[in-house]
Design a protein around this ligand. Structure first.
Ligand code: GDP
Length: 609
């Protein structure tokens, strides 16, 4: 083929940031830069990439082209460009260049990140508890996705989902919700892969990092080694002449937590965080789920303005007039100002973590915008899924497809317990995509794994991934019949490990949790001196004392542990078989309800051929 050499056209490229949708074609891309589709194709050909004018381009290709013509590019997800139009309907002014120096201060919003098991959860618990003890009446902080603590007349807001998955998922959706990252590093373990990832995420978001060297109570704690390691990642402690604030803490023994909080306040002061409490509220959705009693519930973080009961709200494709606001103490409130996390009731639909929300000028506009978004989402995902499903493969077949040199697509159906974890799982999975393997999300949803999920998996050659959710008995039976693989997980990195392994043909034998018995809760009683006992009916298999067990409500795991006591009438027994009633003693977990399912299981290795 005769390849003309690429010479930059004379027309100047537009000034400023050029917004480009991911996956744009040369035909769409060229004109944005005052170039033709042919210019783009020619340039890429020179780089060794053969594309046609109507083929989607990768992020790298788009950025390379922009660099070459000397333009500044901002990549957005499809649909976001149209968003600009909707923002106009909602009459939102762009406040990027507004002078904020006269506005009131607001509380810093803090996210805790770090390697697994380094103590993020413990630290968040300790901060929350310390505040309850020291705090005024109002009592226990609820799990609403974020909470506030008060110290020396100041507030600090903590995002209550530790880990960088949630943080990244939020950022990927354009929600810059965090002001300060607390990086937890265990003093006995030092800097680990997820520590480094967390540092990278915080740096990419240009968010200051405060290091909490945790577990200093441990005998083998070596805080100095941690500091040394952090230096290698450009975090130089203040004590060593750098500007990184480092606090030594023990989340377990409550050592150094106050000092950490004080330091966070100092960093917040330096950051000079301000926002107006006037005007229509705006912010980000932190977490959203469907509550059986209350309908769709979203925890939002107000970033500016004041959110009030009765306001017409739009959050992504959901909208509604706010019926009630509930704060992190579980109290109903009338309003919530900047940096306040609050639960919103009254939305039409389950919003997604990372969606931005805004109070609309009126209800009609709120509805119109939400419905337009909903339609776009539907169209976009239908188009993507259709193209994916027809080419995709199951987890066990993916390696063969890659080896065959085809563009392989791994078809997944992902179900999770709450919207936030679903987002996190999807975002993390997306990062595993490589040029030769793509992941097709045939379906993603919140809730237990159902028979219709199995049916869809069977017809679309998909593997089902459950995160903190399980299939019911009928779904499980159908899966066996249809030869659909269901993999369930409770930690993201295990899931990612498996998928990565499958991509290189090394999917490890799975320790399948084989269900050994299933019982339905018919009634819960309180027995003096024993505590609560669930009166159950064994529906299949056998329930045995000492077996591993999980409690399910609508297919979602609500508790895991062991059966400590098992009775038939007044007698302690070892096993109860299907068709009989029994009493299961509840020790740690008391919150069973009628209709919940008790599932016992054991681990068996499934060899792979
Ligand atoms: P995460 O995975 O980072 O959320 O870690 P967790 O908060 O779940 O903590 C992991 C384990 O470390 C748990 O067994 C905690 O009890 C323990 N742990 C957390 N903080 C400390 C600490 O300061 N000292 C000691 N000795 N153990 C801790």
């Amino acid at each position: 083929m005769d390849v003309p050499t690429y010479t930059p056209a004379e027309a100047p490229v537009p000034e400023g940031e050029i917004v480009v949708e991911r996956g744009s074609t040369p035909q769409q891309l060229g004109p944005k830069f005052n170039r033709t589709a042919a210019d783009v194709v020619r340039f890429l050909l020179q780089q060794g990439e053969m594309v046609t004018a109507t083929q989607s381009l990768s992020d790298d290709m788009i950025e390379l082209f922009a660099l070459d013509v000397g333009a500044e590019v901002s990549l957005v997800d499809p649909g976001q460009e149209q968003e600009v139009e909707l923002q106009r309907v909602l009459d939102i002014e762009d406040d990027e260049d507004v002078d904020t120096s006269d506005l009131p201060h607001r509380a810093p919003v803090i996210t805790v990140m770090g390697h697994v098991d380094h103590g993020k959860t413990k630290l968040l618990d300790q901060i929350r508890n310390a505040n309850v003890v020291a705090g005024e009446a109002g009592g226990i902080t609820q799990h609403i996705g974020a909470y506030q603590v008060h110290l020396d007349g100041h507030d600090l807001t903590f995002i209550d989902t530790p880990g960088h998955e949630a943080f990244t998922a939020m950022r990927a959706r354009g929600a810059e919700s965090t002001d300060i990252v607390v990086l937890v590093v265990a003093a006995d373990d030092g800097v680990m892969p997820q520590t480094i990832e967390a540092i990278q995420h915080a740096k990419a978001a240009e968010v200051p990092i405060v290091v909490a060297v945790n577990k200093i109570d441990r005998e083998n704690a070596d805080p100095n080694r941690v500091l040394q390691q952090l230096t290698e990642h450009d975090l130089v402690p203040e004590a060593w002449g750098g500007d990184t604030v480092v606090c030594e803490v023990s989340a377990l023994e409550n050592i150094g937590i106050d000092a950490l909080l004080e330091n966070l306040l100092v960093v917040a002061e330096v950051e000079d965080l301000r926002a107006t409490a006037d005007g229509r509220a705006r912010g980000a959705v932190l977490e959203a789920h469907l509550d059986m009693g209350r309908g769709p519930v979203a925890t939002v973080l107000v970033q500016r303005g004041t959110l009030r009961v009765g306001d017409p709200l739009v959050a992504g494709p959901a909208w509604g007039r706010i019926r009630a606001l509930v704060n992190d103490r579980g109290e109903q409130v009338r309003e919530a100002g900047p940096s306040t996390p609050v639960e919103v009731l009254g939305l039409s639909d389950v919003a997604q973590a990372g969606d931005s929300f805004v109070v609309a000028p009126d209800e009609r506009k709120a509805k119109a915008v939400a419905e337009t978004r909903e339609r776009w989402h539907r169209e976009a995902s239908r188009a993507r899924d259709a193209s994916v499903m027809s080419h995709g493969a199951r987890l066990e077949d993916i390696f063969a497809q890659i080896q065959a040199g085809e563009q392989a697509t791994l078809n997944l159906i992902v179900k999770a317990d709450v919207q936030g974890s679903l987002e996190a799982v999807i975002e993390s999975l997306r990062k595993l995509e490589r040029p030769e393997v793509r992941i097709g999300f045939v379906l993603r949803g919140v809730g237990g794994i159902t028979e219709s999920d199995i049916q869809l998996a069977a017809t679309s050659s998909a593997t089902i991934i459950g995160f903190n959710v399980r299939p019911g008995r009928q779904a499980r039976e159908l899966a066996e019949l249809e030869d659909v693989e269901i993999r369930t997980y409770e930690v993201i990195y295990k899931l990612l490990e498996d998928i990565e392994a499958a991509m290189v043909g090394m999917l490890a034998p799975e320790f399948e949790e084989v269900v050994t018995g299933e019982a339905e809760v018919r009634e819960v009683f309180r027995v003096p001196r024993i505590g609560s006992v669930a009166g159950c009916f064994v529906q299949s298999g056998t329930i045995s004392r000492g077996s591993k067990v999980r409690f399910l409500r609508d297919g979602t795991i609500i508790w895991k542990g062991e059966i400590s006591s098992l009775r038939r009438f007044k007698d302690d027994v070892k096993d109860v078989a299907s068709g009989f009633e029994c009493g299961v003693g509840l020790s740690d977990f008391q919150d069973l309800k009628q209709g919940d399912v008790i599932e016992t299981f054991e681990l068996r290795e499934i060899p792979r051929v």
